[in-house]
Write a protein that binds this ligand. Structure first.
Ligand code: ADP
Ligand code: MG
Length: 342
C-alpha cells in the first residue's frame, strides 16, 4: 500500500513503535517484504488463521489489552488443538485511527501472551479501516504426531479440558446490557454474584489457550478440536471427520460451568446451564478423544500441563450425537452450536 494512504501517525512509525521486536527464532522478522522461518528437521509446520471483527467478535469499546490477548489466544488455541508448539505469527490490522493510547495496551496484551508461549511476531499488514484483527499463526509438530479431527474410534472416551459455558454466559449478559433490555429470564434464572460474573467475563475476554495440554496429548489422543463455536458443534466436527457418533452425559456437563458450581437445582436452571455448556462458544478449551486404555496417560498429560480434564462421554460406531443422564436415560437434544451464517 502507498505510504500516503497510511494511518495518521504514519504506518511505518506505528509498526516500528508497537510491532517491531527482536525475533531470535526467526531467520528474519519485521521489516522486509517477507519474514523467513527455518523449519526444523522432522517437523511439520502447523498453520492457522483467525480473524476478529469489531461488532461481530468483540465490542468496539472492549479493553484493548484484553483484545490483544484474545486475538492471539484464539490462534494459539488452534495450534493447541493440533498438538503443535507455537513458533511465530503475523498480524494484519485495520484501524480506524492510529491512537497510541489504544495501540500501546493492545500490543502489550498481545505480546505478553506471545512471550509466554515463545511465539514471535514476524510480520503483518497495517491499514486504515473498520477495526479488524487477523492473525496467522505458525507452529510445529513432529511428523505423524499432529492431533487431527479424524481419528476418533468407537469405544474411545470423550474428554473436555477446563470449564465450559462461562464465556457464553458473560456474552449473553453483555449483549442484553448493550441492547438495553432486561437480562434474559433464562440467564436470570441462575442468579450470578458479582464475583461469578467477573469470572465469566474473564473467560470471555481473556481465554487461556491449552497449548501445553495439546502437546502433552501427542501420541495419546486419537482426535482433538478446540471449542470455539460450542462443544456440540466442535465435537460434531470430530464425529463427522471420524465417521462415528457419541453419547454424552449431561450430568457431567452440568458440573463444567465454573461460574455456577452446584447451584442449578430447578429444571429451568439446569437447562440454562446445559445450554451454555453444550452450545455456548468462545471457551477455547479442548475436546478430545482417547482409548479408555489410555486413561492414566490422559490424566498424566492433564497434570503435567496443569489443565484439568473431564470425561463426558464415549464414541459410538452409530453416527449422531446422543445425550443421556447419569442413569443412561435419554435427554432431549435441542441445543445448537454457533454458525455465523445461520
Ligand atoms: P509490503 O507493503 O511490502 O507488504 P509493508 O510496507 O506493508 O510491506 O510492511 C512493512 C513491514 O512491516 C513488513 O515486514 C511487514 O511484515 C511489517 N508489518 C506491517 N504491519 C505489521 C503489523 N501490524 N505487525 C507486525 N509487522 C507488520
Ligand atoms: Mg503492506
Amino acid at each position: 500500500m502507498p505510504a500516503h494512504s497510511a494511518v495518521a501517525m504514519g504506518e511505518f512509525d506505528l509498526i516500528k513503535r508497537f510491532f517491531t521486536r527482536p525475533t531470535p527464532r526467526a531467520v528474519l522478522g519485521v521489516g522486509d517484504d517477507c519474514a523467513l522461518l527455518q523449519p526444523r528437521p522432522g517437523m511439520l509446520q502447523a498453520i492457522s488463521t483467525d480473524m476478529l471483527v469489531s461488532g461481530r467478535h468483540f465490542f468496539a469499546d472492549v479493553d484493548p489489552r484484553t483484545l490483544g490477548h484474545k486475538a492471539l489466544a484464539v490462534n494459539l488455541s488452534d495450534l493447541a488443538a493440533c498438538g503443535a508448539t507455537p513458533v511465530a505469527f503475523t498480524l494484519a490490522l485495520a484501524l480506524p485511527e492510529a491512537d497510541p493510547a489504544w495501540l500501546a495496551p493492545f500490543a502489550e496484551g498481545m505480546l505478553a501472551l506471545a512471550d509466554a508461549h515463545g511465539c514471535e511476531l514476524i510480520g503483518g499488514d497495517t491499514t486504515r479501516g473498520p477495526l479488524n484483527i487477523c492473525i496467522t499463526i505458525f507452529g510445529e509438530v513432529p511428523q505423524g504426531q499432529a492431533l487431527l479431527r479424524s481419528g476418533a474410534q468407537p469405544g474411545d472416551a470423550v474428554y473436555v479440558s477446563g470449564t465450559l459455558g462461562d464465556a457464553n454466559l458473560a456474552l449473553t449478559h453483555l449483549l442484553r446490557e448493550w441492547e438495553g433490555t432486561e437480562a434474559a429470564t433464562s440467564t436470570a434464572a441462575i442468579n450470578l454474584s458479582a464475583d461469578a460474573m467477573a469470572l465469566a467475563r474473564a473467560r470471555l475476554e481473556q481465554p487461556t489457550p491449552r497449548v501445553a495440554l495439546g502437546t502433552a496429548l501427542r501420541g495419546i489422543a486419537t482426535s482433538a478440536a478446540d471449542i470455539s463455536d460450542g462443544l456440540l458443534g466442535d465435537l460434531g466436527h470430530i464425529l463427522e471427520r471420524s465417521g462415528v457418533g457419541a453419547t454424552l452425559d449431561t450430568d457431567r456437563a452440568l458440573t463444567l460451568m465454573a461460574s455456577h458450581q452446584g447451584g442449578a437445582n430447578t429444571e429451568a436452571q439446569q437447562s440454562t446451564v446445559l445450554r451454555h455448556v453444550l452450545s455456548g462458544g468462545d471457551d477455547y478449551e479442548l475436546v478430545f478423544t482417547a482409548p479408555t486404555s489410555r486413561e492414566a496417560a490422559v490424566q498424566a498429560a492433564a497434570q503435567a500441563s496443569q489443565s484439568p480434564v473431564t470425561c463426558i462421554g464415549r464414541i459410538d460406531a452409530t453416527p449422531g450425537l446422543r445425550l443421556v443422564d447419569r442413569n443412561g436415560l435419554p435427554v432431549a437434544n435441542d441445543f445448537l452450536s454457533f454458525d455465523h451464517f445461520v
